[in-house]
Ligand binder design. Structure first.
Ligand code: HDE
Length: 698
């Protein structure tokens, strides 16, 4: 290579260096960037100000089209490592060797809202993982729910048009409670199963770190000997599955629209790396027809009790992106990014996605060269005959066709020796038809399975969610039709919903689906490792706070991994009962109880009675109580709990005794908290929410 070419390449690689003076895009150093070039101090701006024009032009073009769906997202880097070799089922390299870590990038998202919409809306969450494997990139583009709204991808534009804001006024943002979605759902019974999931607490996750992920479709593993096995992918979060309360989720949308994004970012910055276990459900090909549903139907799941989820590895997210746009926005997922050992099935939803993702990147990223963007680049060499196009950054040399002799035959074509991708040779024959398979017909059995698998409180939440959503639908016909669909799932469910939305209870359809349950579907059974790591605890303090109690409980909670913040009416410090100053982490007016998982009331004879008489702390406490969050009260802090007027809740009344009822842990003693208090409080926090709480008088 000539010196000139070498220098050019080096200059290219060194583009955007961190140090040195400001330049133009051409590398010309500029002496001024705050005033445009004008003819005289008050004169017209001159066309020859190339720096001004370049700066503005670039700025004008800073935005790219947001994703049609999943526009709102947050990403993180990490790694995946398998527990053991999966060679028996797949030759995918990243699933072979426990000592090999495969880098990953994950993007979590909501579906309906635009880029700037709130995080805590009722919606499905995207859970898309790019594995940078030694065989090229593998993308597992999943959701936090194991089924989908429709069975055939040709219906996706219809579904998304119905889900998106109404076309005339672009309302509602990020929400599903509107006429067009429910109109579609009521007319398209295949959505029923997914609608049950959408109305469940899964649709309002507490954190991206606390939700499951699912590949949804049935994929195919292919082993080195060529045999195939059907596979469904599952991610299970180490911290368990936890959700918000709907009322809280709505308030959160206003208090902190970035709630889930911030939570992910903060946890990674604090070294609390989110961790998920990858599991697979494996079905031998000979069992393809062993189920009472079709494995190719994405509105169905395989109950875990029927085919257990086999853990195969773990993923840890340990690095935040450096630049949101460059990485989280420009990442381009595609179902067709598959590696040898992982293949597709004839699921018609999956097949449609194989077209759509590549197509969407062309418009979103402005041309065919998006795989060259750093976040999309594989970690293995890329040798193609693809050339040119918008935003080409490679400087190709040599020939660009196969076969060639001029270029020495390069790049050569790999032989059939097993390391190249070769499509699974599935036998296919049939007439060309436009008709759904009758094996996709049953839309209610699994919706009923989901319903009957729920705990009492999950069922209550589902009924409330249907009442909320349909209660916002203006068309009575849609409300009635939807109640009719639900009657096919469970008549009691439809009656409870119908009553809430003011439509007649639909007639009993006669037969009902079996009342079977799959315990693995209930989040009541998915509590994770029971730890309180990263749970946010608000300690309400004021002058005169019991210094010993505050310091001790704070330290004990922190030792267990919880994050405790002291909140007071003002920033700065409060003076403790020992006369020392205690730092206030946040002023109460800047926060709200919805941003915390638990409340600590450390007591103190002077200040706490005053707190009980103030609006802001009591509002904070009332919110936490109403949303079922753990509350720990010591000494005079117990008085604040009593001031709420919880009817029938047991609180500690005897000096020194500890009482724990429905996640409210009280101890009337002053000074250091007992071991029993801390233990009970930690358990209450780990339980996440307490649903049986009696109402309060205020
Ligand atoms: Fe997507 N989907 N999808 N989807 N999807 C997109 O691709 C599409 C489906 C999912 O963080 C788009 O790059 C069709 C199921 C996630 O960047 C688009 C169909 C599941 C993400 C697209 C589906 C998903 C997307 C929009 C029906 C769960 C965000 C921007 C056949 C298994 C990825 C983009 C990210 C994004 C099309 C159905 C998950 C338009 C046509 C089922 C997590 O290509």
């Amino acid at each position: 290579m000539t010196d000139h070419k070498q220098r050019q390449r080096e200059a290219y690689r060194a583009a955007d260096p961190a140090e040195g003076p400001l330049t133009t895009d051409q590398g010309v150093v500029v002496d001024h960037t705050d005033d445009s070039l004008t003819a005289g101090e008050r004169g017209p701006t001159l066309m020859e100000d190339f720096h001004f024009r370049e700066k503005l032009t670039h700025f004008d073009h800073e935005r790219i089209p947001e994703r049609v769906v999943h526009a709102r997202g947050a990403g993180a880097y990490g790694y995946f490592e398998p527990y053991e070799s999966c060679a028996e089922f797949t030759r995918a390299a990243f699933l072979q060797d426990p000592s090999v870590r495969t880098p990953v990038f994950v993007r979590f998202s909501t579906v309906q809202g635009p880029r700037g919409s709130a995080d805590t809306v009722r919606d499905v969450r995207g859970f898309a993982t790019k594995f940078y494997t030694s065989q090229g990139n593998f993308d597992l583009v999943g959701n936090n729910m194991p089924v989908f709204f429709i069975q055939d991808g040709i219906k996706f534009p219809d579904f998304v048009h119905a889900l998106k804001p109404e076309p005339h006024n672009e309302i509602p943002t990020g929400a599903s409670a509107h006429d067009t979605l429910w109109d579609f759902a009521s007319l398209q019974p295949e959505t029923t199963h997914m609608m049950m999931w959408l109305m469940s607490d899964r649709a309002i996750p507490r954190s991206y770190r606390m939700m499951q992920g699912f590949g949804v479709h049935t994929f195919r593993f292919v082993a080195a000997d060529g045999h195939g096995t059907f596979v469904k992918f599952h991610w299970k979060p180490k911290l368990g599955v936890h959700s918000l309360v709907w009322d809280e989720a709505q308030e959160c949308g206003g208090r902190d629209p970035d709630f889930n994004r911030r939570d992910l970012w903060d946890a990674i910055e604090a070294g609390e790396y989110p961790e998920y276990e990858l599991g697979v459900q494996l079905v031998p090909e000979e069992d393809e027809f062993a189920f009472d549903f079709d494995l190719l139907d994405a509105t169905k799941l395989i109950p875990e009790e029927r085919v257990p989820v086999r853990p195969v590895g773990r993923m840890v997210l340990d690095r935040n992106p450096e630049n949101f746009f460059a990485e989280t926005e420009q990442v381009a997922f595609h179902l067709g990014n598959a590696v040898p050992g992982i293949d597709f099935t004839n699921d018609p939803l999956l097949q449609a996605r194989l077209f759509s993702y590549l197509d969407t990147q062309l418009i979103r990223l402005g041309g065919p060269n998006f795989a060259q963007l750093p976040v999309n680049r594989p970690v293995v060499p890329v040798r193609t005959n693809q050339r040119d196009g918008y935003h080409q950054t490679a400087i190709h040399t040599g020939t660009s066709y196969t076969p060639n002799s001029v270029g020495g035959g390069c790049p050569v074509i790999a032989g059939a020796d097993g390391y190249a991708f070769s499509h699974y040779a599935e036998r296919v024959d049939g007439a060309t038809i436009r008709r759904r398979s009758p094996s996709f017909d049953d839309h209610y059995t699994q919706a009923a399975l989901f319903w009957h698998s729920m705990s009492d409180w999950e069922r209550r939440h589902i009924v409330d969610a249907f009442r909320f959503e349909l209660g916002r639908v203006t068309s009575v016909a849609v409300r009635e039709r939807m109640a009719g669909n639900l009657a096919e799932v469970d008549h009691d469910l439809s009656a409870a919903v119908a009553e809430g939305i003011g439509v007649p209870v639909p007639p009993h359809p006669g037969a009902q689906p079996p009342r079977t349950a799959s315990p693995a579907l209930s989040i009541a059974n998915l509590r994770g490792d029971g730890s309180v790591r990263t749970r946010q605890v608000a300690a309400l303090v004021c002058d005169g706070v019991d210094a010993q109690a505050l310091t001790q409980v704070r330290e004990e909670l922190a030792a267990a991994g919880a994050v405790v913040e002291a909140l007071a009416a003002h920033d700065g410090k409060v003076t403790g009962s020992d006369g020392n100053g205690y730092v206030v982490d946040r002023a109460l007016p800047t926060v709200a109880s919805v941003l915390y998982d638990a409340v600590l009331l450390p007591g103190g004879p002077v200040g706490t009675p005053k707190l009980a008489g103030e609006d802001a702390p009591m509002r904070f406490l009332r919110g936490a109580y109403r949303h079922g969050k753990a509350i720990g009260a010591l000494g005079s802090g117990v008085g604040m709990v009593v001031a709420l007027g919880p009817q029938g809740l047991r609180v500690s009344s005897e000096y020194g005794s500890v009482c724990s009822d429905q996640g409210v842990v009280t101890a009337t003693a002053t000074g250091p908290a007992s071991e029993e208090f801390t233990r009970e409080f930690l358990q209450a926090i780990a339980a996440h929410r307490h649903w049986g709480r009696p109402a309060t008088r205020c």
